[in-house]
Design a protein. Structure first.
Length: 200
């Protein structure tokens, strides 16, 4: 049976709950390197990524939640399915185009704050100063609108957005991708990559 958008969203966010509950439960899947989690994405969604890349799931973008699911398929799943390989970045353009289309259409009003985090991530992943500035602006707004008890969570996402922006502003790209994408690093980038936290 073909994967549906809600299958992706249910897997990625788990049962409904507060942002605190969801982040606490899903953070390892989202941000930690785990062979078991990578394999779970491969088992459940490798075919979905192939179908999406072939344009067979374009109709998902007809609804805000469907478009979010497609963003996750293009922006997040490749990093599990193609861990540490150049293919991990192959569908970044599709993810970014979907994110921008969602913003233009006002999809945000139909999504929860924690879902909006992942709608914005393709902007944060773009090697573009313009997209990085937009990313920071969106995460600032998200943090400003957060409930008091959840402000720290969204401040954390904002902090990472600012770090990404600053790296792209300095180098015009993410140096930690150079080896995977077979790009030569400059001397400045090599020195930067020796610093703690430079390989986010």
């Amino acid at each position: 049976m073909m994967t549906q958008p809600e299958n992706v969203l249910d897997f990625w966010f788990g049962p409904s709950g507060s942002a605190t509950e969801i982040v606490g439960r899903q953070r390892k899947l989202w941000f930690a390197k785990s062979a078991a989690n990578d394999q779970a994405v491969v088992d459940q969604f490798a075919d979905t990524l192939v179908e999406a890349t072939a344009g067979k799931l374009d109709h998902w973008a007809d609804t805000p939640r469907g478009r979010l699911a497609l963003v996750i398929v293009f922006d997040q799943f490749p990093h599990h399915i193609h861990r540490d390989q150049s293919q991990a970045f192959a569908t970044d353009p599709q993810a970014l185009a979907l994110s921008l289309a969602a913003l233009k259409a006002g999809d945000e009003q139909h999504l929860t704050p924690i879902e909006r985090v992942f709608l914005y991530l393709p902007l944060e992943h773009a090697e573009s100063n313009e997209m990085q500035e937009l990313s920071v602006a969106l995460y600032e707004k998200l943090a400003d609108e957060a409930a008091i008890e959840e402000r720290a969570i969204f401040d954390d996402f904002l902090n990472y957005a600012r770090q990404h922006r600053d790296v792209v502003a300095r180098f015009g790209r993410f140096p930690h991708r150079n080896a995977i994408l077979r790009r030569p690093s400059t001397d400045d980038e090599i020195e930067f990559l020796k610093l703690p936290g430079s390989r986010f």
